[in-house]
Design a protein around this ligand. Structure first.
Ligand code: SAM
Length: 346
């Protein structure tokens, strides 16, 4: 018989883990808490983005409730993302309430991905909520390139945020999208800087998500090429280390630091996919690179009981696709999916 748990919503329901048709257990939920961002990275967003009206957003209480349902059904790692998660008003209340699942042991890790602009304000509170590791997205250490790439960002703010995070005891991993002709020559310097500060660096291939002005093919830099170039200067030792995500790591002998590669374009890693993504409107995407989605907001709001939303989640997981099929080439002008990364949450 299935294990059952009595909930504060007054019902006994099975707590079977979520397993998709390809026998992959869903243990990782990424939640985009807002589609808004205080930067406009050229590979991520169009310049004149239309953001959702605030009334369409789930409240922080609704987000907490949905996350808690997933946790009860076996999610062990929760990543808060966006848009820029730290621009959502009162977001620390959500971290504060979700931290009870860390205290109870139901959740192994609560973390976030941020552009770092607001970190100086929030780093201590994040650490106090039980957050141990965070990802900061930073593609360049050149103030001018940063400004161009983000359309108006101030690099110093991000660097101050990283300082504050490390002072608060948070382990910081830097994520950088490798962009042809933009930061490709800077990758060794970025790596040496990150490793010199005790931070891992993960490089990411640009993915064809959402309409943007520059052609994707002009941005795309295969990480196989980056790795080959790095090998000319550094000794890269393959590691078994995993963080629950798709990155494959090497240890760089000369710096002693870890370098990760996320290669959705040149090496598809879908066979080990353990994640789903929830947007700030309660839409669940079972794959970053496919259009299919499930509406969880309607069943969530339809009942005080979690039963209907759990059933909707089960139906969604039952149709999680095998994987994405991203292509970037000159003949394909259309993105793989219409939504930008900021909608689904990176
Ligand atoms: N604002 C937060 C941040 O900057 O980390 C969280 C959201 S952002 C969409 C998450 C990550 O997605 C960032 O590292 C960003 O560089 C990356 N990203 C955005 N668009 C991308 C694309 N088309 N291909 C690959 N990575 C992308």
């Amino acid at each position: 018989m299935a294990d059952t748990t009595v909930l504060d919503r007054g019902e006994a329901r099975p707590t079977l883990p979520l397993v998709d048709p390809f026998a992959r257990a869903i243990t990782y939920l990424r939640v985009s808490v807002t589609d808004r961002c205080d930067l406009r990275c050229v590979y991520c967003m169009a310049e004149d983005m239309h953001f959702l009206p605030k009334r369409d957003l789930l409240t922080l209480e609704e987000l907490d409730r949905l996350c808690s349902v997933f946790i009860r059904r076996g999610v062990r790692k929760l990543r808060i993302t966006g848009g820029e998660p730290l621009v959502r008003r009162d977001i620390m209340r959500l971290f504060g309430s979700l931290s009870r699942h860390l205290d109870s042991g139901a959740l192994e890790e609560l973390t976030l991905t941020t552009n770092g602009t607001q970190l100086a304000r929030h780093a201590r509170d994040l650490a106090a909520c039980g957050i141990r590791r965070i990802n900061v997205s930073l593609d360049t250490l050149s103030p001018a390139t940063f400004r161009t790439l983000t359309r108006w960002g101030d690099l110093d703010k991000v660097l101050a945020g990283i300082d504050a995070a490390q002072e608060a005891g948070l382990a910081v991993k830097i994520n950088a999208v490798a962009l042809k002709g933009v930061n490709e020559d800077e990758i060794p310097a970025l790596m040496e800087w990150a490793h010199g500060r005790g931070m891992d660096l993960t490089l990411i291939e640009v993915m064809p998500l959402g309409e943007i002005e520059p052609a994707r093919v002009d941005q795309f830099l295969p990480l196989s090429l980056v790795k080959a170039r790095l090998t000319e200067r550094y000794t890269l030792d393959e590691l078994d280390y995993r963080t629950g995500g798709p990155a494959r790591y090497v240890r760089v002998r000369e710096t002693g630091g870890r370098l990760g590669f996320i290669t959705p374009m040149t090496h598809n890693f879908c066979e080990s996919c353990n994640r789903v993504r929830l947007t700030c409107t309660g839409t669940l995407y079972m794959c970053l690179g496919q259009e299919d989605a499930a509406d969880l907001r309607t069943p969530l709001r339809a009942s005080m009981s979690d039963g209907p939303v759990e059933e909707a989640i089960e139906r969604a997981i039952a149709r999680k696709p095998r994987g994405h099929d991203f292509v970037i080439d000159r003949r394909r002008r259309q993105p793989a999916v219409g939504r930008h990364m900021s909608v689904t949450g990176g």
